[in-house]
Write a protein that binds this ligand. Structure first.
Ligand code: SF4
Length: 187
């Protein structure tokens, strides 16, 4: 999360901007800033989309987060408006939010097996081709889940094909005890 007390303006109201709103929390975000004038005055997930004109007078009150692949030109836009308090939300394979203090990865994947029903030629882990597939034991799984206590991002199970794990049902039951439905829906 940004190490600032200021409210955040997310520069870029696309899919990743909306993802960033979820990560930062509704209260932390003031507006979406966008270069597309057609969007001004409209709302995205309850936050108004504005242009530079709207924030010009109060721009120093905000911390800006660039969320777009057009990072260079957006940096130039901010500089042209005298804004230097910003950082960049990078989105490669899995999004992460970078701050001077930490790299926050919003998704943690618990890999419970490399067994798979398929044998895709492009599988990076040769799943489905192992003579003896790996199945995570329950205690290791429990430790992994417990270590996520208080983690604000997304926790997911992957494989291979996770449902091939002989204890998949038990794993899911344990996950449900740690993440009640109401908490899951916030993620
Ligand atoms: S894990 Fe995915 S990519 Fe790999 S073999 Fe199974 S289906 Fe294919």
């Amino acid at each position: 999360m940004p190490a600032t007390d200021k409210k955040v303006i997310i520069f870029g109201a696309g899919m990743h901007g909306q993802q960033t709103l979820k990560m930062l929390g509704y209260e932390k975000v003031a507006y979406f800033l966008d270069n597309n004038a057609a969007k001004y005055g409209t709302f995205c997930n309850g936050k108004e989309i504005v242009g530079f004109d709207k924030i010009e007078a109060n721009k120093d009150k905000y911390h800006f987060v660039i969320v777009s692949q057009y990072i260079s030109s957006m940096k130039q836009d901010l500089a042209a408006h005298g804004i230097s308090d910003f950082e960049v939300f990078r989105n490669y394979l899995f999004s992460y939010y970078e701050t001077p203090e930490l790299v926050f990865n919003p998704i943690v994947l618990i890999d419970i097996t490399n067994a798979c029903t398929e044998r895709c030629s492009n599988c990076t882990r040769f799943c489905g081709n192992h003579k003896k597939p790996f199945f995570m034991d329950f205690e290791t799984f429990k430790r992994a889940v417990d270590s996520m206590e208080g983690f604000p991002g997304l926790v997911a199970l992957i494989g291979g094909e996770p449902t091939l794990h002989p204890e998949f049902e038990r794993f899911m039951e344990y996950l449900q005890t740690r993440y009640p439905r109401q908490d899951r829906q916030k993620r």
